[in-house]
Ligand binder design. Structure first.
Ligand SMILES: Cc1cc2nc3c(=O)[nH]c(=O)nc-3n(C[C@H](O)[C@H](O)[C@H](O)COP(=O)(O)OP(=O)(O)OC[C@H]3O[C@@H](n4cnc5c(N)ncnc54)[C@H](O)[C@@H]3O)c2cc1C
Length: 422
């Protein structure tokens, strides 16, 4: 049975299937974990674009939420003791084409996530400064790529969206530097993006406070920060639930003291356009209750309204032709950008159940060579798990005081560390 330590026998006469998992985020790792419990003899390879494993656990989950990131320790064991191969620095669709991968493995599980920030669908002046929350959190999480926001966000920032990712943005931007103790925040990037804490953070939510999607615990954490004052508009007396209650209790009159951050939640506003005026970005929104309009001028607008596939021309994102009877999709790629790490575990478990059923029914066979079928293409580029551990050890060694690691953000440096001991 999947999810226990009981292994499943393969049908008589057949070997265990070979498995390629594409993407080492939580979904890919959970699928690999459940498959290896089911078929301990099967050869499982997890392919990953980056030299570092774990997808959004490493590059999305906020740097000051190390407890959440701690889930990787159980995944580490898959690669160190569980017999699962980590093939980092391999992008399917670029370093190896999908057809070759599908020809080489009996089972292919695509778990490539949704890497792009969903864009706000309103008319927009090209000079408007708009940054996606995913890109911003990647930057603060030491993601090793160019093209992320680097210039200061300014003293007036507008955040569109009211989910947990929006609250991550609010907390990271308004938290005092001294309060990042124990995190692995990218300090250079934090200083670059936020030389000082913003004076105002305005949050624009379409729905009312009763329907807000964020967790009350996340809101509580923001409210408890030193130097943060909370304000709220569009909170109806009929609004109920933990978010409404917390905000009602936390709202305070404005304090005119330098160095404080005022976070104002605005409910029931539908964004209509992004223009610019005197170097600032202006959001015009329509009030849902009376149809009136409201304007907000900001140095930067951060959108936290969901995630999508990468760019349409990106041949590393699974296209409609990445299919086959033995090809499956897991995690955010299959369900859309919703759900926590724990929800990916549940989905991985039920996906593995259906893979096992397909195998038992003979819809999948065990006759492809597995990693041996692609090894010639990848000989000089694969970063194995031991290589990754060398990178990680260097990150721990170079941690600044009060930080648990200092992420290496330069891909060449990561690869040099990975291959250094070969
Ligand atoms: C900013 C942010 C904060 C979050 N915070 C939390 C939190 O605090 N708690 C929580 O429970 N959940 C949190 N989540 C949600 C959680 O991160 C997701 O549920 C989860 O990461 C989705 O897992 P996934 O494996 O489907 O995708 P991902 O984690 O995105 O993993 C996909 C992996 O596939 C790799 N990949 C992509 N294309 C290819 C390719 N062609 N070849 C090889 N590899 C490829 C990527 O590099 C990546 O490593 C957060 C999400 C975001 C965006």
């Amino acid at each position: 049975m999947v999810g226990t330590h009981t292994s499943q026998h393969v049908p008589p006469g057949s070997a265990s299937p070979t498995v390629a998992v594409v993407g080492s985020g939580p979904s890919g790792c959970y699928v690999a974990q459940f498959l290896s419990k089911t078929w301990p003899d099967s050869e499982i390879t997890v392919f990953e674009s980056l030299p570092a494993p774990y997808g959004l656990i490493r590059y999305g989950v906020a740097a000051d939420h190390q407890g959440t990131k701690g889930v990787v320790r159980q995944f580490d064991r898959l690669f160190t003791r569980g017999g699962i191969r980590f093939a980092g620095n391999v992008t399917v669709g670029r370093d190896i084409d999908f057809a070759r991968l599908a020809d080489s493995f009996d089972i292919v599980v695509l778990a490539t996530g949704l890497p792009g920030d969903r864009e706000l669908d309103v008319p927009r002046d090209p000079r408007a400064r708009v940054v996606g929350a995913g890109a911003l959190l990647r930057a603060l999480n030491g993601f090793p790529h160019h093209g992320l926001p680097r210039t200061p966000l300014g003293s007036r920032v507008l955040v569109i969206g009211m989910g947990n990712v929006a609250l991550d943005v609010l907390r990271l931007l308004s938290k005092d530097t001294a309060d990042f103790t124990g995190s692995d925040i990218d300090d250079e990037m934090l200083t670059q993006l936020r030389p000082e804490r913003p004076a105002t953070l305005d949050v624009i939510a379409r729905s009312g406070a009763s329907q807000a999607k964020c967790d009350a615990a996340m809101l509580r954490e923001l409210i408890a920060l030193d130097g943060v004052d909370i304000a709220v508009s569009g909170l109806d007396e009929k609004d109920s639930g933990p978010v409404a209650d917390l905000l009602r209790a936390a709202a305070v009159p404005a304090r005119d003291e330098p160095g404080r951050t005022r976070v104002t939640f605005h409910f029931g506003l539908v964004p209509e356009s992004l223009t610019t005026c005197h170097g600032r970005t202006v959001l015009t929104a329509r009030r849902r209750d009376d149809g009136g309009s409201a304007e907000f001028a900001a140095d930067t607008v951060v959108t936290a309204i969901g995630f999508t596939h990468g760019a349409a021309h990106d041949d590393c994102c699974p296209g409609p032709d990445w299919t086959g009877d033995h090809v499956y999709r897991a995690g955010w790629l299959s369900r859309g950008a919703q759900g926590t790490i724990a929800e990916n575990r549940k989905h991985a478990q039920s996906l593995v159940r259906s893979i096992v059923d397909d195998f038992a029914a003979g819809r999948i066979t065990a006759d492809r060579p597995g990693f041996a079928g692609v090894a010639d293409l990848l000989a000089h580029r694969v970063v194995g798990f031991g290589d990754w551990q060398r990178i990680e050890a260097a990150e721990h060694r170079s941690a600044r005081p009060g930080r648990c690691r200092r992420k290496i953000t330069d891909l060449d440096q990561m690869l040099a560390l990975a291959t250094g001991a070969r």
